[in-house]
Design a protein around this ligand. Structure first.
Ligand code: NAG
Ligand code: NAG
Ligand code: NAG
Ligand code: NAG
Ligand code: NAG
Ligand code: NAG
Ligand code: NAG
Ligand code: NAG
Ligand code: NAG
Length: 726
């Protein structure tokens, strides 16, 4: 008992004078190097140890720092990772110029701290291992001296608490993490992580030369693209971005808990590990990237990654796939392009659509201002033709600052930690400002009225001809089969999502009742508003046919057709999801004495024109050739700018059983709009739709319902009235 105590005492005494007792020292001095003889440096509180070691079964020898008290040897820093020592007769010494150097047996240089001599010139430099795991060179005479060099500035694959990760802009120092090649080879791998500076810095992970993941810019509280509870029990973090420094740093809330960030090349993941003393092992607390939407640019420029979606990639509203062929086979790399050009030259003609919970896009082509409000930000974006989107820079306190993007929107995803992103849209694609549009419309209106008169004349002529002529035509089948070849992946939504979105089909959300079932309004988790058509259960159609029909409908894309967003099949339920039209249907305006005041001549003309264009597309320009069979005012929906879109266009096909033939036993349609040969004999062709369009045209001009029309005591309907008025 006594002898060890005496030894310890002597040791202590000796160390006071000449620091001979290696076992307790944390410093290397000029007179006292550290040879590879089993001795180590130990930080004052015994947390970290520095010494020579062989990783795993490797024969290479390295100088490293590891946790002293953790049974699983965890090396957090290596001096000579890319320049191993081949045998164990080297030593760490302080050189003449004050640098720490690693010398081999024959005194050749293996590794050096290589700080410029002006920085380290000190009369008595010492090297010390601190309790934080930082190995520093400092002036031994000066208690409070600054570090002349520190290992924290040259991280390997591990980020310890208190380490700065990122840039010192004054010296150009960039602290990055680089993984080990494998568990027993600490040389630099190809999985790296670093801060990318620019107008709005981002933290980026690279797999070789390929960008693999980005956290998204820091929005004051968190990174826009990393979901992680800010108030976790383990650590606090901050992101400093000023003219001198740009770095990330975390600190422990409770210093007895051990946690660190490690780059793992085997899995290509950045792990945050936590030591569990009871289990004597590390557990993964968080790993990045988290899912396939996190992988950089998964959906291409202007594509939006929604992890719950099927498929996960969707073009932002107002955009369409750049290459539909590749997009449909889930090769999303080319991304999306605007479906309509902006009218950028015209002042205030474009608008913005809000996308909620978005990871902010790549900031390379962005511009920021810390003091602008969101309104000023919008104005700033609007005035520059190349501006594509804007958002708040900082989300704290309700949001402030301004960020605008002038390039493509790259690497978007929906994520809990995301924020509102406002994307520029052509007016017809979006909500807001119609005043300016009206002005432009007014200019055209004089010319429009003229054309209208001619059109009316033509249509009356056509209707008369059809009315008398009862012609039979057949619909071509080849077109349909050709369309089936390239199969389109249409997003599938599960019932739970829809029940959630419509508040369990609550009556408040019911928009109306169409020919094939009720229609509900729904709001998806990402804030997108949709209309859901719940098909009546009686349609008696197989699932496969239903799906095929839906896919056919989804292929029909035109600005004057309501867009199909997805579908849902579950049990008895069959549902179709459409874009939501805030102004509901045309009949609500047309036949209402109050509302019809909004429909001035230019608007009516525009509506007619647009319906005609949509119909032409259905009949001729799409490759499928669809006969609508139920064209009427309540099937014309209006967007915010009173642009009409035809709805229910595909459903006619679905509910009839033999519609490829030119006749059918089931008459779908609405009396008053049906061509006589169809209503009576069940014969239909594109001409039946033209008939319905003619009726619609008369209704739009007159503001009267065809069937409810009475004039001077005769019981003619509107058509009869028009055709009898010579
Ligand atoms: C270390 O390596 C050098 C040259 O490679 C060799 O000369 C020397 O003998 C080796 N020492 C030991 C102890 O193996
Ligand atoms: C050198 O390292 C080998 C194993 O790598 C070990 O067996 C040997 O004892 C070491 N020699 C010295 C002098 O430390
Ligand atoms: C020292 O040994 C290394 C190999 O360990 C060898 O490459 C180098 O040339 C030697 N230098 C001298 C001066 O002998
Ligand atoms: C030391 O740094 C200088 C430039 O700062 C560089 O040229 C030299 O190669 C470095 N030496 C070593 C051994 O890293
Ligand atoms: C990566 O993590 C796995 C599982 O935790 C581990 O087995 C492997 O050794 C790690 N790879 C590296 C290079 O650290
Ligand atoms: C810190 O963690 C230790 C071990 O988990 C625990 O015993 C201690 O109460 C914690 N201290 C604080 C202040 O939370
Ligand atoms: C953004 O994109 C540019 C160009 O494509 C690329 O060089 C840069 O690394 C990306 N930056 C981030 C933070 O992803
Ligand atoms: C940022 O916006 C404010 C307010 O609009 C303006 O005063 C300031 O000059 C802008 N700063 C920069 C760098 O553009
Ligand atoms: C629009 O913004 C880009 C990028 O900031 C800039 O290069 C361009 O000059 C701006 N154009 C106008 C008209 O302000």
């Amino acid at each position: 008992m006594a002898i060890p105590l005496v030894i310890l005492l002597i040791c202590k005494l000796l160390s006071l004078f000449s620091q001979i007792c290696y076992a307790t020292t944390d410093t290397i001095t000029k007179g006292q190097p550290l040879p590879d003889d089993g001795n180590t440096l130990l930080s004052k509180d015994g947390t970290f140890e520095l010494g020579f070691f062989n990783p795993g079964s490797s024969n290479n020898r390295y100088v490293g720092i590891w946790y002293k008290n953790i049974v699983v040897k965890t090396v957090v820093w290596i001096a000579n990772r890319d320049n191993p020592i081949r045998n164990n007769s080297s030593k760490l010494v302080i050189s003449q110029d004050g640098n720490l150097v690693l010398l081999s047996q024959n005194e050749s240089l293996i590794w050096t701290t290589n700080a410029s001599s002006s920085e380290v010139s000190s009369s008595s430099p010492i090297v010390q291992l601190l309790d934080t795991g930082n190995l520093v060179i400092k002036d031994g005479n000066d208690k409070e001296s600054v570090f002349l060099w520190q290992s924290f500035d040259y991280p390997c694959d591990t980020l310890l608490p208190g380490m700065k990760f990122g840039w010192d802009l004054r010296t150009g120092l960039n602290r990055r993490l680089t993984s080990w090649k494998s568990w027993d080879d600490p040389s630099s791998g190809d999985f790296t992580w670093g801060v990318e500076i620019g107008s709005n810095p981002d933290i980026v992970m690279w797999k070789g030369n390929v960008e693999y993941f980005r956290t998204g810019p820091y929005t004051g509280n968190m990174f826009s693209g990393v979901y992680g509870p800010r108030n976790n029990p383990l650590y606090d973090y901050k992101f400093v971005n000023n003219k001198d420094e740009v770095y990330y740093q975390y600190t422990l809330k409770n210093s007895s808990v051990i946690t660190m960030i490690v780059m793992n090349q085997t899995l290509y993941l950045r792990h945050r590990l936590t030591w569990i003393p009871e289990a004597k092992s590390w557990t993964v607390y968080q790993s990045l990237p988290r899912d396939s939407c996190d992988v950089y640019n998964t959906c291409g420029p202007n594509g939006n990654c929604i992890i719950a979606g099927s498929p996960i990639c969707q073009c932002l509203d107002g955009f369409e796939p750049k290459s539909p062929q590749q997009w449909n086979v889930m090769d999303w790399r080319q991304g999306c392009v605007r479906s309509e050009e902006w009218s950028c030259g015209v002042k205030n003609k474009d608008g913005f659509r809000r996308f909620a919970s978005m990871k902010l896009p790549n900031t390379t082509f962005s511009w920021v201002n810390e003091s602008m409000t969101l309104e000023e930000c919008r104005a700033k974006c609007l005035e520059n033709c190349s501006c594509k989107a804007y958002s708040n820079l900082d989300t704290r306190g309700g949001g402030n600052g301004c960020s605008i993007w002038v390039g493509d929107l790259v690497d978007l995803r929906v994520i809990e930690s995301g924020q509102d992103l406002y994307v520029r849209m052509a007016t017809s694609d979006m909500d807001g400002k119609h005043e300016h549009r009206r002005k432009v419309v007014l200019v055209v209106s004089t010319i429009a009225s003229l054309v209208l008169v001619m059109l009316v004349a033509f249509c009356i002529y056509m209707i008369k001809k059809i009315y008398k002529g009862k012609t039979k035509t057949r619909m071509s089948r080849e077109d349909k089969d050709e369309g089936r070849q390239e199969d389109l992946e249409l997003p599938f939504f599960d019932l739970a999502t829809i029940v959630n979105a419509t508040n369990n089909f609550s009556i408040e959300n019911k928009l109306g009742e169409g020919g094939f079932g009720p229609v509900y309004k729904g709001t998806l988790v990402n804030g997108q508003e949709i209309a859901i058509k719940r098909l009546s259960r009686s349609s008696g159609q197989g699932l496969k046919e239903f799906r095929n029909e839906v896919i056919l409908c989804a292929k029909l894309q035109h600005r004057n057709l309501v867009k199909v967003l997805g579908y849902c099949i579950q049990g008895e339920e069959k549902m179709l999801l459409y874009e939501y039209m805030p102004n509901k249907s045309l009949d609500l305006f047309l036949f209402d004495s109050e509302q019809s005041k909004f429909l001035n001549w230019p608007v009516r003309f525009n509506i007619l024109n647009a319906i005609a264009r949509g119909l032409l597309y259905l009949h001729q320009d799409s490759r499928l050739r669809i006969i609508h069979r139920d064209l009427k005012a309540s099937n014309i929906l209006l967007d915010n700018n009173m642009n009409p879109k035809i709805s229910d266009f595909g459903l006619a096909r679905m509910c009839g059983s033999d519609q490829v033939e030119g006749s059918t036993s089931i008459i779908v349609g609405t009396h008053g709009y049906m061509a006589p040969e169809y209503a009576i004999d069940g014969l239909f062709s594109t001409k039946s739709d033209v008939f319905s369009f003619g009726v619609l045209l008369l209704e739009i001009i007159s503001g009267k319902k065809n069937r409810a029309f009475t004039y001077q005591d005769n019981d003619h309907n509107l058509i009869d009235h028009v055709s009898n008025t010579k």
